[in-house]
Design a protein around this ligand. Structure first.
Ligand SMILES: Cc1cc2nc3c(=O)[nH]c(=O)nc-3n(C[C@H](O)[C@H](O)[C@H](O)COP(=O)(O)OP(=O)(O)OC[C@H]3O[C@@H](n4cnc5c(N)ncnc54)[C@H](O)[C@@H]3O)c2cc1C
Length: 457
């Protein structure tokens, strides 16, 4: 860990006082590295890219354990220094970007598994999800769901900033009861407390961007580990591709983990898969359990063609199919063309196919459907991260309104506050109450929860 202080500009905070108070907690003060680590994937959004460019912490602290976290939190509270938690910083909305400088608390050194039992694991937050899976698989278990950034992202960052992903077709999103069993958090006070939040209460730190406490342990449910098969199916007709996807999603006997229909020309941007994504064909990317492949093909019949069928492998050096789905779809296109952006939609479960058709026809060649079938509140529907050919912020907002006017919910990925990014434009009273309890001075990731007024100055 670097302790260099190269080119550190004068800070508005008492960083020397902080360094004294935290003792031997590893820190980085080299400003080039601090600035680099203060960024996440907000550049996906042309709107956020303008707003968040250049925002940086003053110092990065990398705790080795919970005691180190407590020392940093206590020092920040005493000296009124903002504290922003960071996992792998793969968030899309500047969630881990410190808007008001201060300390960036990098938890990637906290990677221990406390214990594992059948169907459940308790671990530290800095563990990468791929490493977690590698450790639980030999006992026959894997994480229930993960983002497409599984190979980079931490489990703490997923709970703090994510929503769902591969596996959500079976278990819904992280928000669903039972998908986070317990969380342990450290408060940001002169004398930090440790709070164990179980069941419903554990949700008070889910997707709150580190504003409602620093997660130092997580109890996460696991699913039986299965041999998965990565599959690409191609179609002449996009509507047929969506219809097939919906049928597979509804077929409870077919064990799957991912169903992702994407309209042509999205697959045109999947360079490494060109041979399996023929010109002009719409695609469905799937992960199907090996014993279900035969039934999957039976449902498909002659409507589409399987062009890729490989045992799933996301070990180092491999490229799993899921890295073309969820928000990786956007990334694959952005690698070649920075003029596009995306949205996050949720289609009504009682008219999925009609609603998808309506939206597809409303914005021909401007909003290109990329759907993700999921279970939501026990019902099958699809979320979507469509590619949007970006022109202006006004047009983007108009597209959002047109979706909402037609019953498609939007979680706006072009805003950085918690409230504005949700469908309901609010944090919820329990989360606000939690915030007041754990962060009286408003030091945790300040600026991200706009409705919170610190209860102490
Ligand atoms: C290409 C791409 C694809 C993606 N696909 C998905 C997807 O499929 N599903 C999905 O949900 N997301 C997705 N994301 C967003 C992101 O990758 C995930 O949510 C990921 O799990 C975040 O983990 P991280 O370690 O990078 O967290 P970070 O980005 O470091 O942190 C995320 C938020 O959580 C907070 N946080 C981190 N650790 C803690 C902690 N210990 N205590 C309290 N707060 C904490 C941070 O302050 C921040 O606000 C994608 C992003 C990209 C760039």
């Amino acid at each position: 860990m670097s302790t260099a202080t190269a080119a550190a500009p004068a800070s508005r905070y008492d960083i020397d006082g902080l360094l004294k108070a935290i003792g031997d907690v590893p820190v980085t003060t080299d400003m080039q590295r601090v600035r680099l680590r203060s960024r996440d994937y907000f550049w996906y959004s042309p709107v956020l890219n303008k707003q968040l460019h250049g925002k940086s912490a003053d110092i990065v602290a990398t705790p080795r354990n919970e005691e180190d976290v407590i020392r940093v939190a206590a020092a920040c509270a005493k000296l009124r220094i903002p504290l922003t938690v960071r996992g792998a910083a793969t968030g899309n909305y500047g969630q881990a970007v410190p808007l008001e400088g201060g300390v960036l608390l990098d938890l990637t050194s906290m990677t221990k598994i406390e214990w594992q039992k059948p169907g459940i694991v308790r671990c530290e937050p800095g563990l990468k999800m791929n490493d977690l899976d590698t450790l639980t698989r030999p006992q026959g278990w894997e994480i229930r769901m993960h983002p497409s950034t599984k190979r980079m992202a931490t489990i703490g960052g997923f709970v703090g900033g994510g929503s769902g992903g591969i596996g959500s077709i079976n278990y819904g999103g992280l928000r669903e009861p039972g998908n986070i069993v317990a969380t342990r958090v450290v408060t940001c006070e002169e004398k930090p407390r440790i709070i164990e939040l179980r069941a419903d209460a554990a949700q008070k730190v889910n997707r709150t961007y580190g504003t409602t406490g620093i997660i130092t342990a997580l109890e996460m449910p696991l699913a039986p580990a299965l041999p998965w098969i990565d599959m690409i199916v191609t179609f002449d007709d996009f509507e047929e591709a969506v219809k097939f996807s919906y049928e597979v999603a509804l077929a409870d006997g077919i064990v799957k983990k991912l169903i992702t229909p994407m309209i042509w020309p999205i697959p045109q941007h999947f360079n490494a898969l060109k041979a399996h994504c023929p010109e002009g064909k719409h695609v469905v990317f799937c992960m199907v359990a090996e014993p279900s492949v035969e039934s999957f093909k039976n449902v498909l019949g002659t409507r589409g063609m399987v062009t890729y069928e490989q045992p799933h492998d996301d070990s180092p050096g491999k490229e799993p199919l899921y890295e073309y789905t969820w928000n990786h779809t956007t990334l694959q296109w952005l690698k070649q063309d920075r003029t596009i952006t995306y949205l996050q939609c949720l289609f009504p479960h009682d008219r999925v196919l009609e609603s998808v058709k309506q939206m597809t026809e409303m914005f021909p060649d401007e909003v290109l459907p990329h759907l993700e079938f999921i279970r939501f509140g026990g019902r099958i529907t699809c979320s979507a991260l469509p590619i949007v050919r970006y022109t202006t912020e006004e047009r983007l907002n108009e597209i959002i309104s047109l979706h909402e006017d037609n019953g498609v919910f939007i979680a706006n990925p072009h805003v950085y506050t918690l409230e504005d990014g949700t469908r309901h434009k609010s944090t919820g009273a329990d989360v606000l109450g939690m915030k007041a309890d754990v962060d009286p001075y408003g030091l945790l990731n300040p600026g991200k929860m706009r409705t919170y007024k610190p209860v102490k100055s």
